[in-house]
Design a protein around this ligand. Structure first.
Ligand SMILES: NC(=O)CC[C@H](N)C(=O)O
Length: 385
């Protein structure tokens, strides 16, 4: 199914400075409609040969897999994937193209590289603005069609998360993104304002998905997005606020020490605080809990989360490799994953602090848990106390 309209892509791609750097030999092959071959190499030496449909340049990172059937535009632009080579296990990727930027989670691609089984270069969707291959080439992100994503996924499930690299003609070293402060790399550096609502929520941007902002603005909220290391409790802060939401984000939560400290100070002041994904891990650390790395993580739109003490199971979107192991003192587990029993949420016994490992904003769905934004805003606005 490698069905490239290569010359069309190439004309567009030459407008980008990154694409211009593509070497002449690769260009000649594309013009001749000849496939370019590359390989995904894992840190244990396992090798998967593949056909390139993205940028022609080597990259290393952590290899992860996502079992979602849809949502590749959202996943690729989710900053939580920074430093990761993403494998999509759904066998057909690219068929609905790439929508307008307004629907992305950030204004550029964050994944380090992409691995699929079958790539479709002729999208069929009214909202499609370009093909997936064209987008990856423009943004300098390598991608391979390796066919046997099932074998790759089984390998990662059996052996645990692994480093890997996409290589072409030249080899490069492996690189572990989790030893870096990835949050500092993806967080915005300016304070931003969205919405004009009656309530002001500070969003700590650790690599925030834009659908968090959209979900709050839709609920009549003025959102003030701050950099991950902003000094929120300084004398000079030029805005007031009613509650704090800690965003999703990439890497090991223990690397985001300044954000952990800000959240600790917020709870000391009894400010209503909610955390999503990395935000859940940060809130747990700030309250005295602990986190650990999962064997291979949860990444899909069909993760079952059971609400503790009930038989209610929500279908949730998730994308994480770390988890909360020790629930902090004075908090209780709120949700657990029905597949592996890992923690999916905590809430304080009495105070307005809670967090979830899954994504209530859930682009591209499901929307089972978007009530959590209403629950948070009820606490912030002092309703139903
Ligand atoms: N989506 C996220 O916020 C991911 C959180 C964290 N980087 C993890 O992998 O566990």
């Amino acid at each position: 199914m490698h069905n490239k309209n290569v010359s069309g892509n190439l004309l567009e791609a030459t407008s980008s400075p990154i694409a211009v750097e593509q070497d002449a030999a690769h260009r000649a092959m594309l013009i001749a409609n000849q496939p370019t071959y590359g390989a995904l190499v894992l840190e244990d030496g396992t090798r998967f040969e593949g056909i390139s449909f993205g940028y022609h340049g080597a990259i290393s990172g952590e290899v992860v897999f996502c079992t979602g059937m849809v949502g590749y535009p959202e996943a690729l632009t989710d900053a939580s994937f920074s430093g990761q080579i993403l494998t999509m296990t759904f066998p057909i990727i690219g068929n609905y193209g790439v929508p307008d930027k307004a629907l992305w989670e950030d204004d550029h691609i964050h994944i380090a590289g992409l691995i699929v089984s079958n790539y479709v270069d002729t999208p069929s969707h009214p909202q499609s603005k370009m093909s997936l291959g064209e987008w990856l080439q423009r943004e300098g992100v390598p991608a391979l069609e390796i066919k046997d994503t099932r074998l790759l996924t089984q390998h990662i499930r059996n052996h645990g998360a692994m480093l890997g690299k996409i290589v072409f003609d030249e080899d490069i070293p492996f690189h572990d993104p989790n030893i870096e402060n990835l949050v500092a790399r993806v967080s915005g550096t300016e304070v931003r304002h969205n919405g004009e609502g009656d309530t002001t929520i500070v969003l700590i941007d650790c690599g925030a998905k834009q659908n968090i902002v959209r979900s709050l603005v839709a609920r009549n909220v003025h959102v003030v997005t701050i950099p991950w290391d902003y000094d929120l409790f300084s004398e000079e802060r030029p805005f007031d606020f009613d509650g704090i939401l800690i965003s999703n984000g990439p890497g090991n939560p223990k690397m985001a020490a300044q954000a952990v400290e800000t959240v600790r100070m917020a709870m000391e002041r009894n400010i209503p605080t909610m955390g999503i994904c990395l935000g859940h891990q940060i809130l747990s650390l700030a309250a005295g809990g602990d986190t650990y790395k999962l064997k291979f993580g949860h990444r899909s739109q069909n993760q079952p989360a059971i609400m503790c003490g009930t038989k209610r199971c929500y279908i949730t979107t998730q994308n994480h490799g770390f988890a909360v192991g020790t629930v902090p003192p004075d908090f209780e587990p709120w949700f657990v994953n029905a597949n592996d029993g890992s923690n999916e949420g905590i809430k304080h016994h009495e105070r307005p602090f809670f967090s979830v490992q899954f994504h209530p904003e859930a682009a591209p769905g499901p929307e089972d848990t978007d009530w959590l934004f209403d629950y948070f805003l009820e606490k912030v606005r002092g309703e139903n106390d």
